[in-house]
Design a protein around this ligand. Structure first.
Ligand code: CTP
Ligand code: CA
Length: 225
């Protein structure tokens, strides 16, 4: 399998990957989450390992089996994911943020199950920390790759995220009905970096992951040579 990558294009490189959704608790039995199977992130983790990388995967709850990588850490909330990822960033050469992190979380978590004794209820939400931006702003920052899930204006939003989050690369995918992306076995990506971009047309997430790892390895080595 390594030969597919011409002898391991990421040999000896430490890659940190976040994948899957997060769960933001409302009370002991309820949470807010995002649509995400974790398949794309896991496929990227496997492709990076096949390319010879030392892979650490930080994953939210998924129904998938643990992929064959060096280290897997399970987390639930965006807060837990933030802490876990930031603790591993100093050891990473490359960070790939493929998780569907909740943008907002309940401001307070009820310590008992909320009863349906009101005709309506209001949930106050607060913005979560942006893990990807924190990684890209960290000292000794790794080569930082973000995802962008969009229903429209994909290329524009991807370029905007590349700039505003100061990323090295953005992999953007269309989401919504019949668009691949979440909870699907196939995906298509628009990938951009400073000075270039490319389309990876609809294919299995395994194929897309291999092509993305190839692009990441090229840009990473170009920056570090
Ligand atoms: N992300 C993150 N931490 C968050 C929210 C998002 O690390 N609290 C990361 C995702 O893992 C992804 C990237 O940011 O790599 C883009 O996520 P996306 O939802 O497309 O964009 P946002 O920046 O959250 O902005 P918006 O949802 O408004 O488009
Ligand atoms: Ca978001």
């Amino acid at each position: 399998l390594k030969s597919f990558f011409g002898g391991g294009i990421l040999a000896g490189v430490s890659v940190l990957i976040s994948a899957g959704p997060t769960r933001e608790p409302i009370d002991p039995v309820r949470y807010i989450s995002n649509r995400s199977s974790g398949k794309m992130g896991y496929a990227i983790a496997e492709a990076a390992a096949r390319a010879g990388a030392k892979v650490s995967l930080v994953t939210g709850p998924t129904a998938l089996k643990t992929p064959p990588v060096n280290e897997v850490t399970w987390v639930e909330s965006s807060e837990e994911m933030y802490r876990c990822v930031m603790s591993k960033v100093p050891f990473a050469d490359i960070y790939i943020g493929a998780a569907a992190v909740a943008d907002y979380a309940p401001e307070t978590i009820a310590d008992r199950k909320i009863k349906k004794n009101q005709s309506e209820m209001v949930l106050r939400l607060r913005k979560t920390q942006d893990i990807l931006s924190a990684v890209s702003a960290s000292p000794k920052r790794p080569f930082t790759v973000g995802f962008a899930a969009e229903t429209d204006n994909l290329e524009d939003y991807a370029r905007e995220k590349l700039a505003t989050k100061a990323l090295d690369m953005v992999a953007a995918n269309w989401v919504g009905r019949d668009k691949g992306g979440f909870e699907n076995d196939d995906n298509a990506l628009f990938v951009c970096w400073n000075g270039g971009d490319t389309y990876l047309p609809l294919a299995s997430k395994k194929t897309i992951a291999e092509q993305l790892i190839r692009l990441i390895a090229e840009r990473y080595h170009a920056q570090n040579s």
